[in-house]
Ligand binder design. Sequence first.
Ligand code: 5GP
Length: 114
Amino acid sequence: MEETIFDNILKGDIPADVVYEDENILAFKDINPQAPIHVLVIPKKKVTSFNDLKDLSPEEVGVFLKGVSQVAVSLGLADDGYRIVMNCGSNGQQTVEYIHAHILGERQMKWPPG
Ligand code: 5GP
C-alpha cells in the first residue's frame, strides 16, 4: 500500500485539526470543507478503500463504524442529522487511498448527491 497524506497525519508528520482520537480511530477536520462541519474518520488499521473491508475483522469494521457514529454525535449533529459519505474508487471520486468516512453536517443536504 502506498503511503498517503492520511498516513502522514496519523504519524503526526503533517498537522491536522484532530477532533477525536482513541486507539482505533482518528477524526480530523477536512482541509477543504464541503459543509460547516466536515470531519474525516479513519481507522488506525489501514485499508485502502471500502472494497477492502474484507481485510478487517467484523470486530474492526464494527469499531470503525461505531466510532464514526460516536464522533458524529459528539459533534452535536444527532438531532438535526448529517450525512456519512465513503467514496470508493474513481467513479466514487475517492482521492485519498486510505479508507475514510466523511461526516458532513450543519447544512441541508440534497438528494441525489450528484
Ligand atoms: P475523498 O475524495 O478521497 O473521499 O476525500 C479525501 C478528503 O481528504 C477530501 O475531502 C480532501 O479535502 C481531504 N484532504 C486532502 N488532503 C488533506 C489534508 O492534507 N488534510 C486534511 N485535513 N484533509 C485533506
